[in-house]
Design a protein around this ligand. Structure first.
Ligand code: SAM
Ligand code: SF4
Ligand code: FES
Length: 308
């Protein structure tokens, strides 16, 4: 079995080298609010988690931090949050257009919105949108998302595509009740959608959620899914995710060796960072706000790649 696994990894790595070269793309992520109106069973930000201290950054704070990120030479700013209705569409449009003036790409990851909102944000300058499909198995999706539907998730992904966003889909690996067949469903779903980006990470159980006692996804399973994704979507941008770096000290380097070509340094300012607690043990939360960039640079160079 192991020998086939090695061959799979080597094939994925060679496709990554051919399609993407040896450069690793940086996407600086600012987690600007941990309020969420939804109750996804797996997530520490779910609204019923009353143990979590909540924060939201003001538009001015977000723009100031984006300026600092751009000044560090990072060319993509990712704005991520829970689904927080506090920010009205006009606020978000204002934030995106001000950040675009910095000459960076803007990626949004703020959940399910109306097609109208996605259109206005695109007009304001948003370039990309990350909205993982989480699992392509409708039944499992609906168990995990008591206040969501797979239909609406898929509607959002196709609406974003139609509007001309570069779209990021992706799934968690090792979810309770997820079978190997369901992971094949994820691959088939993505082959059909043809997303420009794919975020794949292990599920990590959070103690203050209904899934506290479940098992998490493994390193091997996650690396296998990254490798298979690289093979079916040779041109996709695939991050070596923070969750992968959380379940193994070299998880991100290993991800980069089996098909991934992107890293997302955490650029959320303090004191907010530890509060964006999707899962326990999240790496980088106690670091100085600018520490992730040199750290990732070192890690990437250690495996013979360079950052851009
Ligand atoms: N609220 C937006 C959404 O759900 O699309 C964006 C932010 S959400 C926190 C970002 C991602 O975190 C989700 O797509 C999910 O895959 C991941 N996530 C949440 N809880 C997790 C957990 N316990 N383990 C691993 N990943 C998790
Ligand atoms: Fe909210 Fe996103 Fe977490 Fe679901 S995954 S509870 S939408 S932050
Ligand atoms: Fe954040 Fe290493 S990447 S401290």
């Amino acid at each position: 079995m192991e020998i086939y696994q090695d061959k799979l990894y080597a094939l994925a790595d060679s496709i990554r080298a051919r399609e993407k070269g040896d450069v690793v793309y940086l996407r600086g992520i600012i987690e600007f609010s941990n309020y969420c109106r939804r109750n996804c069973l797996y997530c520490g930000l779910r609204r019923d988690n009353t143990k979590l201290g909540r924060y939201r950054m003001s538009p001015e704070e977000i723009i100031k931090r984006a300026k600092e990120v751009a000044a560090l030479g990072i060319k993509t700013v990712v704005l991520q949050s829970g689904e927080d209705p506090y920010y009205k569409l006009k606020d978000l449009v204002g934030i995106v257009s001000r950040i675009k003036e910095l000459g960076v790409y803007v990626t949004l990851s703020i959940g399910e919105l109306s097609t109208h909102a996605y259109r206005e944000l695109k007009k304001a300058g948003a370039d990309r949108y990350l909205l993982r499909h989480e699992t392509a198995n409708r039944k499992l999706y609906e168990v995990l998302h008591p206040d969501g539907s797979f239909f609406n998730r898929v509607r959002c992904l196709y609406a974003l595509k139609d509007l001309g966003y570069e779209v990021g889909a992706g799934n968690m690996v090792g979810l309770p009740g997820q079978t190997d067949d369901m992971l094949w469903e994820d691959l088939l779903f993505m082959e059909k959608l043809q997303p420009e980006m794919v975020g794949i990470g292990p599920f990590i159980p959070h103690p203050d959620t209904p899934l506290a006692k479940e098992k998490g996804g493994t390193l091997e399973q996650t690396l296998t899914m990254i490798a298979l994704t690289r093979i079916i979507l040779p041109k996709a941008n695939i991050p070596a995710t923070t969750a992968l770096g959380t379940i193994h000290p070299e998880g991100r380097e290993l991800g980069l060796k089996v098909g991934a070509n992107v890293v997302m340094p955490n650029m959320t300012p303090q004191p907010y960072r530890p509060l964006y607690q999707l899962y326990p043990g999240k790496i980088c939360v106690n670091e100085d706000p600018d520490a992730c960039l040199p750290c990732l640079k070192r890690r990437i160079e250690s495996i013979g790649r360079t950052i851009i």
